[in-house]
Write a protein that binds this ligand. Structure first.
Ligand SMILES: NC(=O)c1ccc[n+]([C@@H]2O[C@H](COP(=O)([O-])OP(=O)(O)OC[C@H]3O[C@@H](n4cnc5c(N)ncnc54)[C@H](O)[C@@H]3O)[C@@H](O)[C@H]2O)c1
Length: 494
């Protein structure tokens, strides 16, 4: 397929039709028996069928997977869960013969193309494969434009020799590679050993020891930033100024609220697509839980609870998930406390040992995050509604629901865990899709900035000994400021 479509310009439906025509086995003038009209499937005919984007109401043949898109019946979904309006396939032919139909036409009744059962599966597979590699643009074109990818901070895989962390760059590049739309052209790392090992594993991108030099020399379209948090802001600002189109940065956003805001606002001002890797938004347990809330399974959502090791490094995931569960509703106020009599560092940032963060969303939902020592709440995430509770566990069962109507507790089957690496390909597919279309990615800084504000408002609440009404009007991290002043931390307890 890529041979047919290897071009950097938007592709028309007739081109797509030609590609599919090539992919339908036996689709030549010698195979009229597969067409109701007695004609072979020509590229313009398929192109005309694809040009008509109206979804049918026929039963969906959507491939199985974690997608929970709630679009019109019969639409297929991309890995990112977005509707893919160009490829509508229908079952059910005359005399019960199984057929596939590409439906739709600009005017009048949709043209029907009947294909034997043998060929249907292969056509569906070709369409699915094709849909993964292209995007339907807002103007109705199809693009398979390739993007130049560069990575800053490559690391070593977790628990391997020389590892200083998780080597998140490996997950990023694996995800972007799976889009089949990105070429890894360059990497930057201050460790030559790390860079050379990474380059050897991922196709030999050019190595730079200085990320600013790399940005200037390579002019990448997409930059992945996989360094520790204190470097996220300067690297994001440099990439935005260098003209990069999309920046995918690891969480947490930055060690201070002022830096996080600057990254977000600078990228908005420069039209740069900025995302943070809260990748769990793309995993099945979380998407299923949100769909269950949406479908009214636990009645009106009232409260959200979560538990993890700290507010900043892990907490950013669970706070982000709370906004995800509550439809990105803004928060109004935060009241919190931290215990930092002794501190520890995670990815170079000093953190409290224990914390409590309670806040209210604008729609009245209340949320509480318990962090650090002795904060086990019996699950990772709990969603509480008028009619029941949904819980996401750290292990088995991953997803369960209890309702007050006498049905008790039921385990909800899901095929993915809460740390599943399948998320990274979906993250990358969404980033590419949104670069193509101008849509807002699910991991957009517009979402990350909300959960980040709650982190720093919790620290601020501890400093003020009172509730913090949002928007947060300080720029620093109250935790880091209090530590620097000796108000908290080991020096204060000594
Ligand atoms: N999303 C998740 O689930 C998840 C999981 C783990 C870590 N993380 C986050 O990912 C980020 C990176 O963590 P990691 O574990 O991948 O780190 P890591 O230690 O594995 O890799 C960091 C790399 O950055 C390089 N580096 C340091 N300074 C640099 C500079 N000035 N220029 C270029 N390269 C430089 C290091 O040499 C190293 O190779 C952190 O913010 C962390 O919180 C996210």
């Amino acid at each position: 397929m890529s041979n047919v479509l290897a071009t950097a310009r938007p592709l028309g439906f007739d081109t797509l039709g030609a590609a599919i025509a090539l992919y339908v086995p036996g689709n030549a003038a010698t195979a009229p028996r597969y067409s109701t009209t007695g004609a072979a499937l020509s590229s313009p005919t398929i192109g005309a069928a694809l040009r008509h984007p109206t979804p049918t109401t026929a039963p969906s043949t959507q491939p199985p997977g974690p997608c929970r898109h709630t679009g019109g019946a019969g639409t297929s979904c991309t890995p990112a869960g977005r509707p893919n309006p160009g490829a509508v396939i229908r079952r059910g032919g005359a005399q019960g013969e199984p057929t596939a139909t590409l439906s739709g036409a600009p005017t009048g009744p949709p043209p029907a193309i009947f294909i034997s059962q043998d060929h249907r599966a292969r056509l569906q597979e070709a369409l699915r494969d094709f849909a993964k590699k292209v995007t339907i643009t807002p103007k109705g074109g199809i693009t398979d434009m390739r993007y130049k990818l560069a990575v800053i901070g490559v690391g070593r895989p977790w628990k391997t020799e020389g590892a200083t962390g998780f080597g998140m760059a490996h997950a990023h590049v694996t995800g972007f590679t799976k889009t089949e739309r990105c070429d890894l052209v360059a990497i930057a790392d201050i460790s030559r050993e790390n860079a050379e090992a990474f380059a050897a594993q991922y196709g030999g991108p050019r190595i730079h020891m200085d990320y600013a030099e790399m940005l200037a020399a390579e002019k990448p379209d997409i930059v992945s930033i996989c360094t520790w948090p204190h470097l996220h802001c300067p690297m994001t600002l440099a990439a935005a100024e260098a003209g990069v189109r999309a920046i995918h940065c690891e969480k947490p956003m930055a060690p201070t609220w002022g830096e996080a805001k600057r990254m977000h606002e600078t990228c908005i001002a420069r039209g740069v697509q900025l995302t943070f890797n809260h990748q769990r938004r793309f995993l099945e347990p979380f998407q299923t839980a949100r769909e269950m809330v949406r479908s009214g399974a636990i009645g009106t959502l009232r409260r959200l609870e979560s538990q993890c090791g700290d507010l900043f490094d892990w907490g950013t995931h669970w706070l982000d998930m709370m906004f995800f569960f509550n439809e990105e509703t803004p928060a109004e106020w935060v009241v919190g406390q931290i215990d930092a009599r002794t501190t520890r560092k995670v990815f170079g940032v000093p953190l409290e040992q224990q914390g409590l963060c309670h806040f209210k969303f604008a729609n009245g939902v209340r949320a509480t995050l318990y962090t650090g020592f002795e904060t086990d709440i019996g699950c990772a995430n709990r969603l509480i509604g008028d009619d029941g509770i949904i819980e996401i566990g750290w292990g088995d069962p991953v997803l369960r629901m209890s309702r007050w109507d006498g049905r008790g507790t039921e385990i909800v089957p899901v095929s993915e865990g809460i740390h599943d690496s399948a998320a990274h390909a979906r993250v990358a597919a969404d980033i590419v899709h949104c670069l193509d279309t101008g849509d807002r990615p699910l991991l957009s800084s517009h979402n990350a900035i909300r959960s980040t504000e709650v982190i720093f408002a919790t620290y601020e609440s501890s400093r003020r000994r009172g509730r913090v009404d949002l928007p947060l009007d300080t720029e620093d991290s109250a935790l880091l400021a209090m530590l620097a002043q000796g108000l908290i931390g080991s020096e204060a307890t000594g």
